[in-house]
Design a protein around this ligand. Sequence first.
Ligand code: NAG
Ligand code: ZN
Length: 1000
Amino acid sequence: MKYLGGIALLVALLAINIKDAQAVCGYESCPATQPNMINIHMVPHSHDDVGWLKTVDQYFYGHRSNIQHAGVQYIIDTVVAELIKDPKRRFIQVETSFFHKWWSEQSETSKQVVHKLVEEGRLEFTGGAWAMNDEAAVHYQSVVDQFTLGLKFLDDTFGTCGRPRVGWQIDPFGHSREQASIFAQMGYDGEFFARMDHNDKDKRLDDLAMEMIWDASESLSNDELFTGMLYRHYSAPPGYCFDVHCGDDPIIDTKSYDNNVKSRVDDFLSYVSAVAENYRSNHVMIPMGDDFQYEDAQVNFKNMDKLIKYVNERQSEGSTYNLFYSTPGCYLHSLHESLQSWPNKTEDFFPYGSDTNSFWTGYFTSRPTQKRFERDGNHMLQVAKQLSTLAHLTGEQQKEDLLYLRKIMGVMQHHDAITGTEKQHVSDDYDRLLYDGILGAANTARDALRELTNLPEGEFESCLQLNISVCAFTKDSADNVVVTLFNPLAHSATEYVRIPVKKESYEVTDEQGRTVASEVVPVAWQILDLDFRSNDTQHDLVFKASVDKIAHFYIKKVDSGDSDSKTLVKINGHKSEVPKRFKKVHAMQNVETYDDDDSGETVVQNSLIKLVIDNSSGRLKTIEMNGVSESVEQKFAVYETKDSGAYVFRQNGDIKEVDDDVEFSVYDGTLVKEVHQQVSEYISQVIRIYEGVNRVEFEWLVGPIPTDSDTAREIVSLFKTGISSDGVFYTDSNGREMLKRQKNKRENYDPDLGQQPTSGNYYPITSRIALEDSKKRFAVLNDRAQGGSSMQNGELEIMLHRRLIRDDGYGVGEALNEEKFGNPLIARGKLHVILNTAGSKATAAERKAEKEIHLPFAKFFSKKPSTTSTAVAKALPSFDDFPQSVHLFSLEPFSDNEILFRVENFLDHNEGNVVSFNIRPIFDSLNGLEIRETSLDGNLPLSDMKRFKFHHDGSGVRPTSVEYTYPTHKPLAADKSQDASDFSVTLNPMQIRTFIIKYE
Ligand SMILES: *[C@@H]1O[C@H](CO)[C@@H](O)[C@H](O)[C@H]1NC(C)=O
Ligand SMILES: [Zn+2]
C-alpha cells in the first residue's frame, strides 16, 4: 500500500520538482560546505550482499524472511520515492547487479524519474561494479571484467552521470594493492573501506593516518589512489540507526514529553567530534546505513532530515558543525579541495585481524572446489568471448549466453561468493548459476567453432570433469574423435593434453596428418576409487599439442600390439594395500611390484627435471632443474582446530605433519612420468613431470577429511627446502604484482601475533608464492585462490582444504562442513613447482607459467565426420607477432559492432622492458573501421580521464590550488584510412591498455 502511495506521490512531484532542475551531476552537484566549520558528510547507503545468508534472488525479492529480513527491490523502490521528495537528499547505489535487475522491472515513468535523480547527483553510483568484489581470492582478470560489466551498464543507461568516481569496498575482509591499482587505472579518484587490522587502525587513528595515498604499483607510474578508512565500520553512529531494522530512538521534536532533540543532537555531535579528532581535514564522513537497510526509506530520511535541521539550527548559537546529505564522492571532493597533505601507503592490508585471536585468513582457502570452479568459469568466459569475436557471432541467443556468464562471473567475485563465506544453500545456488553460465557459453563457443573450422557440424563438446579423467564423449571409445584445441593466449603454446580413454592403443595425428607423440597412462587408483565417478575409463591418452589459435587433433584407435603399452608401474609394496577391487585395474595397468629397498631412492627423470624419491618415507627428497639442485621435501600437514570458521583460521596448537609412511608407485613413460602417492587414508597425490615442461606438478586429492565433535582439520601442503629465506617470502596480489612478506612484520605497525602466530602470518595466494636466497629461488604456482605462508626459513605452506565443526561468529551461522554426493567434500587440485637460480629470469619464467596455468587450451570434442567437409577453416588473426611479454588480456564483443581489445605487458619493471608493436594487422583482420582508447574498464574515453591528484606528506610545499593527473601517454585514436604507424602500441612494464574497435 505504502508503496503505491509512493509512486503516486512520485509522479506528482515529478511535475513540480524536476521541471526546472539543472542537470549537474558528479562533483558539481555536491552540497555547499562551510570553510570554518566541521562539515559532516552524511552518506545514506545500504550494503546489499550479492548473496550471503540468502541467494541473490532471495535477497532481491525479499524471499525467505525466516532466514533474514532483506529485500533489495523494496530498498531501491522506497529510496527513489524518498529522494524525489527533497532535492537535498542523497543516496549511493553500489551493487550494479541488483540495480540492473531492479531497472529491468521499471516503467518508463519510473525510469525517467531515476534518470533525473542521477543527472542531479541525488542518486550517485559508487563502486558500481557488478558486485562489491572480494580482494583476496579474486584474480585481476575477473575483477576487471566485473567492473567492465557494471560500468558498461551504467554508461549505457545514464551516460557520464552514471559513472562512479569513488570505490566503495566497505565490507571485504582485507584489501589488496591490485584492487587500488585497478581503481586508478579505471580513473577512480579514490576508494573507501572499513576493515583493517585492529592494531593498524589504532595506530592510524593516533597518527591521523586513516586516509592516505596508496602507491598501488611498483611498476606503473601514475598509479596512486587516495584511500580512506571509515571510522567505525560502515554503520550509522551508535544510537542513530533510523532504519526499520533497528530499535534506536526516532527524533521527537514536537511538544511531547518525549521530546529528545537536545540529547539527540548533543550525542550526535559528541560522536562527530571524536571522529573529527582522528581525521585531518575539517570534513568528516558519517555513513548512515548497514546491511540491507532502507527497506522503508522514509523512516530513515524523515529522521535524518530532522537531525540535519536541529544540528544546523545550532549554528545561530555559534555551533561550528554543519550537517548535510552527501556522498563519498562529495566527501572526497572536499578533501581534494582542502589542499591537505596525506601519508603514504605502499603494501597492502592483509591479513585482516579483527582482534588478537581472529585473523580472517581461513577464507583464503574456504570452499576449495568452488574457488576452482570459479576459475573454470573464467576460463570458459575468456574462451567464449574470444571465439565469439573471431567468428563475429551476432545471434541473440549467443549474445545472451555470453552476457549471462559475464553476469554470473560478476556475482562470483562478490565478497561472500569467491570467499566461501556464504551459507551452504547459497553456495549451492552459486554452483547452479555458474554451471548454467558455463553451459551457455560453451554453446556460444561451439557455434563459433562451427564457423571458424572445417567442421560445420562438429559437436564441439566440452568435458567439465577432466580433472578426474571423466569425459562422456570418450567414455565408450575415443576412436575417430577430433579434439579441437583453442589457445586463449596471444602466443602459440605447447601443452600436454589428457583425454580419458580405456586401455586401448591410439594414434594421434595433427591437421597435416603427421603422427603426434602420445601414450596411454594409467589413472591413479584413488581417482578410480571415487564413488561418484563413473568408471568407464581408467586411463588417460596423453599427447603433446602445439597450437597457435585453433587446431584439430585426430584420435584413431589402432591395434595394440604389446609394443606400445610399456607401462611400467612399480610399487614399494610393503605399505597399505591397494583395495581389493583395484587388483584387476592394477593388472590392467601392468603394475609390477618391487619388494623394496627401503634404504634406497627412486629417481624419476626427464631431459629437464630430476626428482628423487626417498624409498623409505615415500616422499620427494630432491629436485634438480634449471641447473639447480635443492633438497625439497614435500609433505602434507594438518592443523587440528576447533574454533576456525569460514572466515577465520584459528589455530589451536601446532601444525602436525602427516606420517612418513607414503606408499608410492611410479609410471615411467616417455612423455610423462608420474609418482602416485598414497599419503594417508584421505590424502593422495600424483607428482608429475612432462618431457620438455619446466615445472613439477603436484596434483593433490584431499578428503573426505575426518572430524569429530572436538576436532576440525585444515590440510596444508608443505615444502621444505634448504633455501635461506630469512623469514622473507613473496605472494602475488590478485595474480599480478608480487608483494614482499616478512614473517611477523607489517608495513606500518606491530602486529599482535601472540595468540595466532600462524594464522596471523597467512596471506592470500591467488597465483604464486615464492622464496629465495642469493642463489636459488623456489616458487609454487596454484590453480585457485588459497592461503599460505612461510613459517620456517626455506619452507612454504599452502592450505588446500578445510573441514570445520563450528561457526566463527561473523554472521554466516554455519560450520564450514561441505558435503558432496552424501560425503564430506573431496577436493582435487594442482600446485606447480619451479626451482631456479634467483633473479629476474626466474620470475619472468614464473609469469609465463602463470598465464599458461590460468588460461590453458580449451578442449572441444567432436566425432570425425565420415565424409570430409568442403568447409575451409577461416583465417584467424595472429597475435603471435606480439612481443613475448604481451598478454592478450581481453578480446570480446562490446557493443553492437564494437570489440573490446586489451593488451598487457605482464613483466614487471625488474623483469621486462618497454615493448612496442603494431596492432594494424589485428585491426584489419577484425574488419576495423575505428579504434579508440579507454580507461581499463572500456567505458571512459582515455582522453577524458582526469583524476584528483593528492599531495604527499613530506614532499615539500603545499599546492595553492587543486591539482589533477592525466594519462601519461597520448591515447590512441585512429581510423581505417590512417597510416599503419598510427596503430603502434607501446606498453611499459605491467601496463595494460584497453581499446574499443568499431568494425563494419
Ligand atoms: C611519499 O611518497 C612521495 C611520492 O613517492 C614522496 O615524494 C614522499 O617523500 C613520501 N613521503 C614520505 C613521508 O615518505
Ligand atoms: Zn557484505
